[in-house]
Design a protein around this ligand. Structure first.
Ligand code: AMP
Length: 227
């Protein structure tokens, strides 16, 4: 099935083409339509399955739908928060948002909130107005503790690689963040495993998610094998 059958905006399809994404992976084929229909999702999927685009693309599509209806551009408000276990993954996710929104007239403002980089710059970027925050938990809490970020307009909450986040001991930080963000939001959770501790955090995030288990081989492995 080609991407064109998923009903994404031509501006997104153009970026997919530029990035040599021809056909969706299994997780993309399943998750994208469900996110577009505003469902909460819990997906058991490995790194390399294409999980990043499975949440980035529909979030961008819903952003675009809203932007096209607006008559004037107000200052951006944070509508999406993605939490990742590592800085590297946060940067990768931010890059996917940037790459796939390349052809938007009003591009979403994306800020990576990660440790090891200038806090002052990140605070400035937030104050200027941003739509999408991709963060690791520690730095995000530093900023939230300083009351420097308003998450009251949040619409999407994405927890990427939840199992890894819990293995790294971020449960308490996650709990704190969950107490701060508004309850009325769409939740997307991705994890390579769904053992007890993941189920535990998942139940705190949402009670109404559609659960998907994608056992497809990693697209990265496939590419390596062919090479
Ligand atoms: P992820 O599991 O999201 O980390 O993706 C693994 C790798 O596969 C990344 O390098 C992606 O850019 C690439 N990828 C994901 N989906 C597709 C697709 N549908 N077509 C081609 N490459 C893809």
């Amino acid at each position: 099935m080609p991407f064109s059958q998923l009903g994404l905006n031509p501006k997104i399809n153009k970026a997919l083409e530029k990035n040599a994404y021809k056909n969706p992976t299994l997780i993309q084929e399943k998750v994208i339509p469900l996110v577009l229909q505003n469902n909460d999702i819990m997906a058991k999927a490995q790194t390399g399955s294409g999980k990043t685009a499975s949440f980035v693309l529909p979030i961008l599509q819903l952003f675009l739908d809203k932007e096209e209806k607006k008559e004037y551009k107000s200052k951006a408000k944070i509508s999406t928060l993605v939490l990742t276990p590592t800085r590297e993954l946060a940067l990768q996710v931010s890059k996917a948002f940037i790459d796939f929104s390349e052809y938007f007239v009003n591009k979403p403002k994306i800020v990576s909130i990660i440790g090891g980089e200038s806090l002052t710059q990140q605070l400035l970027d937030i104050q200027k107005g941003c739509d999408i925050v991709v963060a690791t938990t520690g730095r995000l809490l530093d900023i939230l503790d300083k009351k420097q970020m308003n998450l009251s307009n949040l619409e999407f909450f994405v927890l990427d690689e939840a199992d890894k986040m819990l293995d790294l001991g971020f449960e308490e930080e996650l709990d704190k963040i969950l107490q701060i963000i508004p309850n009325n939001r769409q939740n997307l959770l991705f994890s390579a495993t769904f053992e007890k501790k993941v189920e535990n955090i998942a139940s705190k995030i949402t009670q109404k998610a559609i659960f998907l288990s994608i056992e497809e081989k990693s697209i990265v492995q496939n590419i390596t094998q062919r090479a």
